[in-house]
Write a protein that binds this ligand. Structure first.
Ligand SMILES: Cc1cc2nc3c(=O)[nH]c(=O)nc-3n(C[C@H](O)[C@H](O)[C@H](O)COP(=O)(O)OP(=O)(O)OC[C@H]3O[C@@H](n4cnc5c(N)ncnc54)[C@H](O)[C@@H]3O)c2cc1C
Length: 227
């Protein structure tokens, strides 16, 4: 079935949608589908957005493909994990990458660090670390996404214990707009690492924070509370 095209973006063609769908079968959704409708909705009900396409990313490689496609065709990129932080509508010429399915979590109790996929919410993060009697820098609302929250700074409900979530970020995997992947940390790409800690993420035309990316939430996980 030919994809239905977002009427808000005259430059977008069915061929472009078909090209991306061929690279990401089953993960690309156009206006008129239930998947598109669900992904375009955000927490702030006044934002009524109609991106050109929605991509349901399931792994880093999906993000790389979507970003390269957007660059090739001069499209924008918008990112949604939970939708709690959307401040404006995604442009009609943007690909909306929905990372909510990327829920990988691993916890290393010895170093008191966790690696999070970009779709992990606060409650999922807490569930994972509490098994080790650890706490972390989590927001008041447990439905908020850990990646967006950390990129925005992240002032949690135990700030005197955990500090800001961004203070705890150890490293992040990044996808550049040309599809290259790199790591940002205190020792690698330090300028990006600085920008990640409070810059809000998805710096337009610069890079996006990747998937298995958001390798976040670090040492203060570490202050294990004795329960
Ligand atoms: C009900 C509610 C309670 C809140 N409570 C707190 C709180 O206690 N403390 C606090 O500090 N903040 C709080 N916030 C603010 C919240 O931390 C921010 O709105 C944050 O941006 C939400 O991130 P998200 O991933 O859930 O939302 P999303 O809307 O999915 O993402 C928000 C933005 O983060 C960026 N982003 C997300 N994922 C990626 C990625 N993988 N790569 C690049 N960029 C990305 C994008 O710019 C995106 O637009 C709250 C917000 C709400 C609505």
């Amino acid at each position: 079935m030919a994809p239905s095209i977002n009427a808000g973006f005259a430059g977008f063609t069915a061929n472009m949608a078909a090209e991306l769908s061929a690279s990401l079968p089953g993960r690309v959704f156009s206006s008129g589908t239930d998947e598109y409708e669900i992904s375009r909705k955000v927490w702030n009900g006044t934002i009524d957005q109609y991106p050109a396409l929605v991509v349901h990313a399931t792994e880093s490689a999906d993000i790389v493909v979507a970003v390269k496609f957007a660059s090739k065709h001069g499209l924008g990129i918008a990112i949604k994990a939970t939708g709690h932080g959307a401040l404006k509508a995604a442009d009609a010429d943007a690909i909306l990458i929905d990372t909510s399915r990327m829920k990988h979590i691993s916890v290393d109790p010895a170093s008191r660090t966790a690696t999070l996929g970009p779709g992990v919410t606060a409650v999922e993060f807490l569930d994972a670390i509490q098994k080790y009697q650890l706490i972390g820098p989590t927001p008041v609302s447990q439905e908020v996404g850990m990646t967006g929250y950390t990129l925005a700074g992240g002032y949690g409900d135990l700030p005197r214990v955990t500090a800001l979530s961004s203070d705890n970020l150890v490293s992040a995997d990044i996808v550049l707009t040309d599809g290259r992947q790199l790591t940002a940390s205190e020792t690698e790409n330090r300028d990006l690492f600085w920008a990640l800690r409070g810059g809000g993420g998805n710096f337009r035309d610069r890079y996006i924070h990747d998937a298995q990316a958001a390798q976040g939430a670090g040492k203060a996980l570490g202050r294990g509370v004795e329960l």
